[in-house]
Write a protein that binds this ligand. Structure first.
Ligand code: INI
Length: 154
């Protein structure tokens, strides 16, 4: 039998940093609520969570990198919402946010999670922020707990 590794979903004792963007706050506020709820339900203490607010998704990676460098958190959650609408800006912002968070995740010694919605319209974003298709903030928080516990084993 090969040795296998899997992180469990016990968040007790974890310290979490969250970067959340204000652009499309109607959506990102719900992502933050979902993430907070998930963390608390899995044993993370309110006082062990710190939240940095940034203007838009473009600003998320640089702040996530600063938080990761503090050696204070067990994971960083990146939450945002980039909505295509009619603007070509979408491609630049969503591309930089995902590329940037990906780079930070590879450089950091802790898990850095991507909870940035990239959708064609507000309806899709609303569905993924607490309505029909779950809450991306919640999912990101759950993935963070699993990844923290996995990193501890490897
Ligand atoms: N920022 C977002 O988080 N979501 C968007 O949908 C968005 N659009 O569409 O423009 C957006 N733009 C702002 C961007 O993230 C930066 O804050 C801004 O360009 C300043 O650097």
């Amino acid at each position: 039998m090969p040795k296998s590794f899997q992180g469990d979903l016990n968040g007790e004792g974890h310290t979490i940093g969250i970067v959340v963007s204000r652009f499309n706050e109607f959506i990102t506020g719900r992502l933050l609520d979902g993430a907070m709820e998930c963390l608390m339900q899995h044993g993370v203490k309110d006082e062990d969570i710190e939240v940095a607010h940034v203007p838009g998704a473009f600003e998320i990676p640089s702040v996530a990198r600063r938080m990761a460098a503090k050696n204070k958190y067990d994971a960083i959650l990146c939450l945002g919402a980039v909505i295509r609408g009619g603007t070509p800006h979408f491609e630049y912002v969503s591309g930089e946010a995902s590329r940037g968070v990906g780079t930070v995740a590879l450089e950091a010694s802790i898990p850095v999670l991507f909870g940035v919605l990239t959708t064609d319209n507000l309806e899709q974003a609303t569905e993924r922020a607490g309505a029909k298709s779950g809450n991306k903030g919640w999912e990101t928080a759950l993935a963070a707990i699993e990844m923290i516990n996995l990193y501890k084993q490897i």
